[in-house]
Design a protein around this ligand. Structure first.
Ligand SMILES: Cc1cc2nc3c(=O)[nH]c(=O)nc-3n(C[C@H](O)[C@H](O)[C@H](O)COP(=O)(O)OP(=O)(O)OC[C@H]3O[C@@H](n4cnc5c(N)ncnc54)[C@H](O)[C@@H]3O)c2cc1C
Length: 383
């Protein structure tokens, strides 16, 4: 296991730090949901780093596994998104360049690369979440079109997306994973209806339900072979899980938590000196260190050419637990001030929002219970 970077990797780390410092700094931090997003997306595109995970021939960087890790860590520590371009960038694009036709790559990859076309993921249904193969949305072949009927739910960004990548049933087969087809649907097609889901923070931030009423999708918007969509979709879920350890993001939050606790009164002293709070802080820090070692071990194995496989479930499970624990400690730090959700000037609003939204992290991308099942079977070899 290699835990230190070599000289080339150190030089790359410097290059990344310099690039980030030119765009944003602690005095001028990146602010999500503002013009900063466009500025960052443009800077990434101009630098040729927008699609850092893609192969070079499609506009990617050709970076090694370690370089990608350095990039993700440095951006997270600086409070920046490692990539723009949403779900299309890291979830759909790998499916397109692996299983799609040359025409589909030419048609769809440029809009993902320059962030001009937004995508949403239509997998989950009201009775098909963890058990995704139970999906009931149907795609019936009629001439040179598929006709889609059904409902997708928990669809992030459906209300702003231009397109959806979706799985639908084209055939009933004895094995439920067969007969599922991967389709690309224009969200402006007649018969597509998007309805908001209000989340725990009281807002319509990202989630939606999408219904399809006789929606016509041209056959050339099917990716790969009919009935093989499960295979493509499963590959895609591994991409989804690989980014879910949040190690650098949690490291940044932990540093901020320390600073906040050091400036928060507790009795006659400061919260950071409170033995109970200090013990909680130490506990989460130890968990985070263990998570980081696991992530580095996975990185070393991936760099040696092994697929991450079931290990990504460990990262997802513990990554979300650490992240949620940190958001709880922030709320503890804020005390009574965390209660009124609507005031901005102290920065506490973000903490409460992150705390509430953070509850979803152990559900989205495969629930933690399901990750435990995977770990039991495929990592521990339990029956
Ligand atoms: C914030 C957020 C964003 C999302 N975005 C999208 C999106 O963009 N596109 C999309 O398609 N989906 C999205 N989802 C849906 C997500 O993938 C599902 O919520 C998830 O797969 C769980 O499915 P479910 O909600 O139907 O719960 P269920 O599968 O019904 O599970 C209910 C409970 O039963 C437990 N459970 C189920 N099966 C097992 C088992 N075998 N062993 C042990 N326990 C089990 C679960 O852990 C859970 O606690 C999103 C979800 C959230 C929360």
């Amino acid at each position: 296991m290699k835990l230190a970077f070599d000289t080339v990797e150190c030089a790359f780390q410097d290059e990344v730090r310099n690039f980030i410092a030119l765009q944003f700094s602690p005095e001028r931090p990146f602010r999500a949901g503002t013009v900063d997003e466009k500025r960052w997306a443009r800077a990434l595109l101009e630098q040729g780093w927008a699609a850092y995970q893609w192969p070079v021939q499609f506009g990617g960087t050709g970076w090694s596994v370690t370089q990608k890790y350095i990039w993700e860590r440095e951006t997270a520590l600086a409070g920046l998104p490692a990539r723009m371009g949403g779900l299309g960038m890291f979830m759909l694009a790998p499916v397109l360049y692996t299983y799609g036709s040359a025409e589909q790559c030419q048609r769809f990859l440029p809009g993902i690369l320059d962030n001009s076309i937004g995508w949403c993921q239509g997998y989950s249904e009201p009775e098909a979440g963890s058990d995704l193969a139970a999906l009931r949305t149907r795609a019936e072949r009629v001439g040179d079109h598929y006709v889609i009927n059904g409902i997708k739910t928990w669809t992030s960004y459906a209300h702003t997306a231009d397109w959806m990548f979706c799985i639908a049933r084209t055939e009933d087969c004895a094995r439920r994973q067969d007969g599922i087809t991967f389709l690309l649907i224009d969200m402006r097609s007649p018969g597509v209806r998007v309805q908001p889901i209000i989340t725990l923070d009281g807002r319509h931030s990202t989630l939606n339900t999408v219904s399809f009423d006789n929606v016509r999708v041209p056959v050339d918007q099917r990716v790969g072979e009919e009935g093989q969509g499960w295979r493509y979709a499963k590959g895609l879920l591994t991409h989804e899980r690989s980014g879910l350890a949040f190690v650098a993001d949690s490291t940044r939050r932990l540093r901020r938590l320390r600073t906040t606790a050091a400036g928060t009164r507790s009795g006659a002293g400061w919260l950071i000196e409170d033995p109970l709070f200090a013990a909680k802080l130490a506990e989460v820090e130890i968990d985070l260190m263990a998570l980081e070692i696991t992530e580095l071990r996975t990185l070393a194995e991936t760099a040696a050419g092994h697929a991450p496989g079931a290990q990504s479930s460990i990262l997802k499970l513990h990554g979300t637990l650490v992240l949620q624990r940190l958001t709880e400690l922030f709320i503890e730090c804020a005390g009574l001030h965390a209660l009124p959700y609507s005031f901005d000037d102290t920065g506490l609003r973000e903490e409460m929002s992150t705390y509430l939204i953070g509850r979803a992290a152990s559900i989205a991308g495969g629930t933690n219970e399901v990750q435990r099942d995977i770990i039991a079977k495929h990592v521990l070899g339990l029956p």
